[in-house]
Design a protein around this ligand. Sequence first.
Ligand SMILES: [Ca+2]
Length: 474
Amino acid sequence: MGFKIIVCGMIFLAMGCSTASESPQVTFPVRINDGEIAPFDTALGYRVDLNEARLAVKNIVFTVSGELHTASLWDFFVPSAYAHPGHYEGGDVTGQLAGAWALDLNNTGHELGSATLLPGKYFGVNFGFSRGNASMGLAEGDPMIGHTAIFRGTARKLGIEYPFEVITDSEEDRILVGAPFGATLDGSSHGVIGLMYKPVDPYEKDTAFDDLDFSTFTPDDDGVIRIVPGKNSVEDAYNKFHRRFETHDHYSFSYNQAPMHVTAYGESFIENGIPASAVSDGWALSYKKFDVQLKDIHVAGATFAGPISVDLTKKSQGHGTLVGSASVNVGSYAGGEFTIDTITIEGTATKGNIQKQFAWTLNNATDYSNCHSTTLIDTKAAGTFQITVHADHLLFDSIVSSDPAVGFQAFADADRNNDGHITPAELLDTDIKTFDPGNAAINNLWDWLLALSATVGHINGEGHCHAAPHTHDL
Ligand SMILES: [Ca+2]
């Protein structure tokens, strides 16, 4: 019966139909889901720690809700205290990943391949149990060969440890029907499908090991209890384990988007200051405040409208400050854009025993777009889109040069009343002298500073973006 389901699915996908021709197929990587198998407790009071869990499976198919629509959604919405109806048969197969694998269930992230699915509202997965063989990549002599699953670990109870090995064999035509898989997929979905082995049934809290009373088994000469097919002394235990092992409650699939973080980072120049060694005229700068107001951030299909203010002087151990996080589709995203609205800086410039204070609010909202960046979103690690702010750009002597000098003397000289504070009014009243504004009509240091403030935004360190005056809010 199960094979019929699979065959129908293959024909459905290969031949197409009215639904298929209207809805493009989408492919998704299928991986062993994140997370090691945690130790668990059995009904007989053993704590089981699996250090090996391998399973031979084949031909995974994905089903959308059929007539049992309402019942099949039971598991996703009803608290686990309630028993589920237990019947998932039904539903149409509209996706598949053909093949056969010897899966290491602890091998987080291991990819089986790419499944092809039609858009739809999915609720279940069926797969065949198989037997390990060389074509699955198993080495000669691997104990998996010829068997469906192998579990090795230690059971503990009352301070006594029972090392064990359980091997189990399913009939070659045995199909597991109705592992839960809740996902609504369309042509824009780009997540990863994760396969999880659940030693503890999340609904009924039973485990495949519940009937194994380890203290009653006689270990082999090496001290390991072996519950394996064809061993008369453990036949009853083997059969009970095997029956539980084959139930769908111990397998589930999930559709995973992945986390993406947007951060803002002012690098060492803002967190620790700009040392005199990085300035051509001997001034060093330190910032008490370097506040950037961010808004309209778009990357990887996510939007952070803001405005969000971030003080980049906070020490971040190289990570920058978190601006926002989102769960997005897995993929590789080029570009990205953001707007830096107001920049508020306070600090001190020092040269020898001379100090100049400044406290400036730079209102020159700038849109940064078409950023030269690639944001990789993967379930193995969070992707990061880092808005990097280069403070030294405020000290450039040219807006157009690709290799400008970095200096502060012109600003120090603008402290006309020599009170140690460089005010906006004093900057407005000071000529830019030898600074190079290109074609821009800039003739005082305050406007010069505003113009330079539109160049500080970068992406992921040195990545450039197209900078332009802010045009419109979201
Ligand atoms: Ca002054």
